[in-house]
Design a protein around this ligand. Sequence first.
Ligand code: TRH
Length: 380
Amino acid sequence: MSELKPRWDIFCTVVDNYGDIGVTWRLARQLVAEHALPVRLWVDDLRAFERICPEIDINVAQQFQQGVEVRHWPSEWLHTEAADVVIAAFACQLPSDYMDAMAEREKPPLWMNLDYLSAEDWVIGCHGLPSVKYKTVQKFFFFPGFQPGTGGLLRERGLLERRRQFQLDAQAQRTFLQGLGIDRAEGAQLISLFAYENAGLASWLDVLAADSQPTHLLVPEGRVLGDVAQWLDVETLSVGAIHVRHSLTVQVLPFVRQDQYDHLLWCCDFNAVRGEDSFVRAQWAGRPMLWHIYQQDEDIHLDKLDAFLALYTKGLSPAAAEAMNGLWRAWSAGQPIGEHWLASRKHWPELQGNAEKWCLEQGLQADLAAALVQFYLNWI
Ligand code: TRH
């Protein structure tokens, strides 16, 4: 790697689940693959990392994965030279020794906080603003987002073309699904379900089971499985389990590597996703979707949900927009969604068209990795 290339350090603390590592791992890979930058990714929880990237060796302090130098962020920090660009993901607190190392540099690094994704308007005004200062080192806010004036979304080069080709290739999809042990029944709609615990799930499964059209529901192992098991009236559900209730086939999938998960989303007619990273990836799939937003104190997540819905449903007819709003709000509130699902089904072609249109519109924005690199270039 050329000495002239700025070195990047990305810091990730895994708060819970997989979104923190999911976002930073994608970003680190993209900076290496598309911008040929030397990147170190500091992660405090390699076990969470291993779930989305099984090659991770959880026992080593330093390893290279797909060109990224992965460092275990130790509880006892060892003195390390600071990089030229430092990203604290999701406001994580950097080791104090590292902060001193930043300040000791002749030219202080560009220090950024990569924030959580939100569609709220205030994000545009705050993106790129200076935040706190540590000695000589200024921190900046970097906000991902959906609108011009934000940092955009993570999107690898050629992603939408690859997705489109894959969706046009029925054999490639069959082979991929078979690799996961999925044999899609003739005429069945394929739905993926990645969600937190949700009391509203039973009402949806009731409606799917009673539907005249068959549904094949794919559930990666995780937090929602308890609700699925309860509805099926089985004690436990493990990977590979398949249960049929009238028109509904439920299949439990293993948690797959991140790239495979993307392909799974591309195969499905409808994707229920959650958090932040799977939410974005479902948008790139260009198919109708349902978002289980991550709950925050004082229900501030509801403002985020409404802000996104306002943008996403903008081009829909009032009836289709109402159906979508109803479905998404009820789902994130853990309320029954059966009736909302049926209402949404009445507008299916319109919702499909909107999903693709939204994806293409978002694809016109600069992607988040390119925007970060540009921010750095403007800063120097
Ligand atoms: O796991 P999440 O709920 O993550 C987060 C965290 O809770 C985080 O603290 C919070 O800040 C954030 O949500 C809003 O959902 P998310 O963001 O979708 O991350 C899941 C990651 O797991 C994503 O990168 C996709 C990946 N994944 C796989 O790689 N394989 C799989 O089989 C599945 C289901 C997901």
